[in-house]
Design a binder for this molecule. Structure first.
Ligand SMILES: [Zn+2]
Length: 314
């Protein structure tokens, strides 16, 4: 892990910094000092959001757990603090095993565009995970507290840097139960379908041992390829294109997260995510196992891509 390599140098600087600040009696940010920083958003806040959403307290963010109320309240509050006025989109989650019908809630907010306000880019991430199984809590830090926290960071970025097109931000529920929240969203769009130019979906973006982040969807949407190739050149992560050819079978990710619901409605999409890791859908998908440096650079790369898409004349 590259992050650990830098750690010793940083540690020396921190010890020195703390000694100095102790002498002059200011500063108390030892933890923050060793974290990655970003010029685009508050990286420390981003990491805090992942940590909170993936804490045992949230019981794996599943509609069948009482703590889901807590998770939903947190998502709603953070969207509001990011400058949105989220509305709740409620729907029923059909159960495979019982007759009890659970309620799902998507949170949806907007930022108005400066030049082409009547055209939309929809930025999405699912906030639910798989809950508690056999007494073990599945915290879902990478899947998908990482994408949810990124949604807050990206909303606050565009609140400060007004886009040309209007943006819709949606935090989806019940992805893990079969893309239920996003299916409901595309069947009950808050704007005309024709006015939606693109869906940008994020699901699992906080760790990869090779430093690779995938952008999936240029197979179906080749017109977006040159944009991503330009972003690729400046990206601080290894941005790769692929996992979208139906010939790949299980390795075709097109319908494996919420972008699939948009694709089914013929709405262009780009999905950002990493390849599966050893903690995927295991109780060990914990905050301690995400890679802060990679994660922060991945979110910066997604913002750069969103900016580039926003500048397109669709
Ligand atoms: Zn996921």
């Amino acid at each position: 892990m590259k992050y650990l390599g830098k750690y010793k140098v940083l540690l020396a600087l921190i010890v020195f910094g703390v000694a100095v600040s102790a002498q002059v009696g200011v500063g108390n940010r030892r933890v923050a000092d060793e974290e990655p920083r970003s010029k685009m958003f508050d990286a420390s806040r981003l990491l805090q959001d992942v940590q909170t959403l993936s804490s045992d307290d949230m019981e794996g963010r599943s509609a069948d757990r009482p703590a889901m109320q807590k998770a939903r309240a947190y998502v709603e509050r953070r969207l509001r603090e990011s400058g949105l006025e989220p509305i709740r989109q409620k729907f029923e989650i059909p159960s495979r095993t019982s007759t009890t019908v659970l309620e799902g809630i998507n949170f949806v907010g907007r930022i108005k565009g400066r030049k082409k306000a009547e055209k939309y880019i929809v930025i999405t991430a699912h906030y639910d995970h798989v809950g508690v199984r056999n007494g073990e809590t599945y915290n879902g830090a990478d899947d998908n507290a990482s994408g949810t926290a990124a949604l807050f960071a990206i909303a606050s970025y565009f609140k400060k840097h007004q886009p040309d097109h209007s943006l819709i931000f949606a935090a989806f529920d019940a992805e893990e139960k079969g893309l239920v929240g996003s299916r409901y969203f595309v069947a009950n769009l808050p704007v005309k379908k024709e006015s939606i130019l693109l869906n940008i979906n994020m699901d699992m973006i906080s760790r990869n041992d090779k430093g690779e982040l995938y952008a999936t969807g240029t197979f179906q949407n080749p017109q977006l390829k040159p944009v991503l190739e330009a972003v690729q050149k400046k990206a601080a992560v290894k941005l790769l294109l692929g996992h979208d050819d139906p010939k790949l079978g299980r390795d075709d990710w097109t319908n494996q997260s919420d972008q699939g619901s948009f694709n089914r409605e013929k709405i262009p999409f780009i999905y950002f995510g990493v390849e599966d890791h050893k903690d995927y859908h295991r109780p060990t998908d914990d905050f301690a196992n995400i890679q802060p440096e990679f994660y922060v650079r991945a979110v910066e790369t997604i913002i750069a891509a969103a900016r580039a898409f926003d500048k397109l004349d669709f």
